[in-house]
Design a protein around this ligand. Structure first.
Ligand SMILES: *Cc1c(COP(=O)(O)O)cnc(C)c1O
Length: 432
């Protein structure tokens, strides 16, 4: 399978190259040149197939044969090495919990897969790969844990001093080993600027094999299709399926559309957003109007110009009617989100996080006019990652997840750096 740049369909590269590049040199996102359709028998017998086997079957057509079946099986098995429970909280309304990975959020899946793909590329090229990533919080921790202890890879994470939460800093800067956290005396934009400059620096490119672990990387996108199949495999009945996806950059939802194109019977998707509603707005009006993001309590979805929108447009042939026919869009305020957390807790004794609560509201809005469907809401993070919002919504304390508890005593081990590029460059050279 080759991948083409959305800015120039004639520019095609291998899977490996697309992963190493992240973005195409012309700045376009990579897309698979065709979408494989999985055998009908596979789809019909999902409930009898293990999650490792499902993940392998889904990933195989996307990954080139320099990854043998045995290697790819190992990679996907390690990627999905935690639970993906499907919990019925109302009749025909399920929560797919995607937060059982090391950082308690769905981004673990993409980060773990990408790390293991890069490990194999490092082995084949007999080079150490250095992954550079700038983060304002969550991406950094998923990448840190996804790549932790993976041989042949050094990870350098830049974050703005004093601008990530204590918990996020603990999650990304306490691991050690091959994970190097750098606290930059500046803003997130300064961190991103340092990373961009590094990729253009001649000396660095000469001496290091540099790549990024940006969320637009296809190696982070593809594995996010796996759990749409897992959800269908866990269901015993055969109603039309509706997935509600709490969305920001729309990678998760794009992966759902890929799953559908591969043959998973999905009736509709719900794009659920907070007030950063450019995609729901597009669905309702056919106008796409990116704008600066607005801060909300579901902050991982505070995106004003979603990067995967280009991929979605391509999947629907740039045709608004077919896009809007298959994807329904709803957006909700912080007040509505808090009320949903409270209501679900009071009536079902189930605690949603703020992102999942937006997904819940979107699903309920869609199902109101739709009987006989089964709704599945993707719960993208564990509620105890957002204790202040959750506790003030349900008016009581919640237990901190054990993995977050143990973090509290671990020392932060980050290096400090100014916004001066030469400072950063020296630091990079001091790492292996
Ligand atoms: C990143 C994130 C999202 C948004 O996912 P996209 O793929 O960017 O749409 C939703 N919820 C949580 C908890 C996240 O970390």
């Amino acid at each position: 399978m080759n991948y083409y740049s959305l800015k120039n369909p004639k520019h095609k590269v291998s899977f490996q190259q697309a992963v190493v590049d992240g973005l195409a040199p012309d700045g376009g996102l990579y897309m698979p040149e065709r979408l494989p359709v999985l055998p009908k028998e596979f789809i019909a017998s999902l409930e009898r197939i293990s999650k490792e086997e499902i993940a392998f079957t889904v990933a195989r057509p996307f990954v080139d044969l320099s990854f043998s079946d045995a290697v790819l099986k190992q990679i996907v098995s390690e990627t999905v090495d935690f639970d993906f429970p499907l919990i019925e909280i109302e009749e025909n309304l399920y929560v797919l919990e995607l937060f059982h990975g090391p950082t308690l959020a769905f981004k673990d899946v993409g980060a773990r897969f990408m790390a293991r793909i890069l490990k194999h590329i490092a082995q084949n090229s007999k080079q150490i790969i250095t992954v550079l990533v700038a983060t304002s919080g969550d991406t950094g921790s998923a990448v840190a844990h996804g790549f932790f202890g993976v041989e042949g890879i050094e990870v350098v994470i830049l974050y703005p001093a004093g601008k990530v939460s204590t918990l996020q800093e603990k999650q990304l800067a306490t691991l050690g080993k091959n994970i190097h956290a750098i606290k930059v005396d500046g803003s997130f934009d300064d961190c991103q600027h340092l990373v961009k400059t590094a990729f253009l620096d001649h000396d660095l490119r000469q001496s290091k094999f540099l790549t990024s672990a940006n969320s637009i990387n296809i190696a982070r996108l593809i594995p996010q299709s796996f759990y749409y199949f897992f959800a269908a495999a866990s269901l015993k009945q055969r109603n039309p399926l509706v997935f509600s996806v709490p969305s920001g950059n729309f990678g998760n939802l794009t992966a759902g559309v890929l799953a559908k194109r591969m043959g998973l019977p999905v009736h509709a998707f719900v794009a659920s957003t907070n007030i950063n509603d450019v995609v729901p707005h597009y669905i309702h009006t056919s106008e796409f109007l990116p704008r600066p993001s607005i801060p909300t309590i579901s902050n991982a979805m505070d995106v004003g110009n979603p990067s995967n929108f280009e991929r979605l447009l391509e999947l629907y042939n740039h045709n608004w009617e077919s896009f809007a026919h298959e994807i329904k869009g709803y957006s909700f305020s912080d007040d509505e989100t808090r009320k949903a957390i409270e209501e679900v807790y009071t009536t079902k004794r189930y605690v949603l996080d703020p992102h999942g609560a937006v997904g819940y509201l979107g699903l309920k809005a869609y199902l109101k006019n739709q009987t006989g469907s089964t709704g599945i809401l993707l719960e993208t993070a564990h509620p105890s990652k957002f204790p202040e919002v959750v506790e003030s919504s349900i008016h009581q304390k919640i237990d901190l997840h054990p993995s977050l508890q143990s973090l509290q005593t671990k020392p932060v081990m980050s290096l400090s750096c100014s916004t001066d590029f030469s400072d950063f460059k020296n630091l990079l050279f001091s790492i292996k």
